[in-house]
Design a binder for this molecule. Structure first.
Ligand SMILES: *[C@@H]1O[C@H](CO)[C@@H](O)[C@H](O)[C@H]1NC(C)=O
Length: 198
């Protein structure tokens, strides 16, 4: 009996050992995988497609951007979107919102990453000839899904950018700019000249 109990115990332990999860968590992303995450997110800004949104983002994707909320609100304090509210609370909402936006360039300026998060500094031109370049920083948290085509799926994005410059580019915000200084001329010595020499 005792032997059999021990044997049973050993067998159970062995079965447990083969079926128990290991202590290893999901793998850390490599530099190449971090770049893929950045490129994928950039694609959704510069060459949007719903198929790509479904391939790159988790279904519970959430996007926080008070900068985007500012644009949606046209800078108006009364909203409609509170600045601290999430911009999109699902992939479906992103598809509905981002999918209707014109594509704009996504220029990656810097990239940093951890095991599961990618940080991108980027710049864009809202429209050809826009007076002001817009620069922003994105933190994109991912979850690992070994069976997905892109295993580091973007789940949460925190994205802020220069919405002031963006509103100038849209013509929504018209800055009051000082007049340009008069052209400098070697012979001009300022306003102290006698009137006859001016
Ligand atoms: C992982 O990816 C597969 C293939 O795209 C998908 O069917 C599945 O729903 C994903 N799992 C989770 C938890 O998102």
């Amino acid at each position: 009996m005792r032997t059999s109990a021990v044997a049973t115990g050993l067998f159970a332990a062995a079965a447990y050992a083969t079926s128990a999860p290991t202590c290893e968590g999901p793998p850390c992303m490599t530099a190449a995988q971090a770049q893929t995450v950045a490129t994928n997110f950039g694609d959704l800004i510069s060459a949007y497609s719903t198929a790509n949104a479904e391939a790159y983002l988790t279904a519970d994707y959430t996007d926080y951007s008070s900068s985007v909320n500012t644009l949606i609100d046209y800078g108006c304090p009364a909203g409609p979107v509170p600045l601290d509210a999430p911009t999109f609370t699902s992939r479906a909402a992103f598809i509905q919102g981002q999918g209707s936006q014109p594509d704009i360039p996504f220029n990656q300026e810097n990239l940093w990453y951890t095991c599961d998060t990618v940080f991108i500094r980027w710049s864009t031109t809202v429209a050809p000839g826009s007076p002001e370049t817009v620069t922003g920083i994105i933190a994109a948290e991912t979850v690992y899904n070994a069976t997905a085509a892109f295993p580091f799926q973007i789940q949460t994005v925190y994205s802020e950018f220069n919405s002031g410059a963006w509103l100038v580019d849209l013509g929504v915000f018209k800055p009051t700019c000082p007049p340009p200084p008069p052209p400098k001329n070697k012979r001009s010595v300022g306003s102290n000249l006698p009137a006859r020499m001016a």
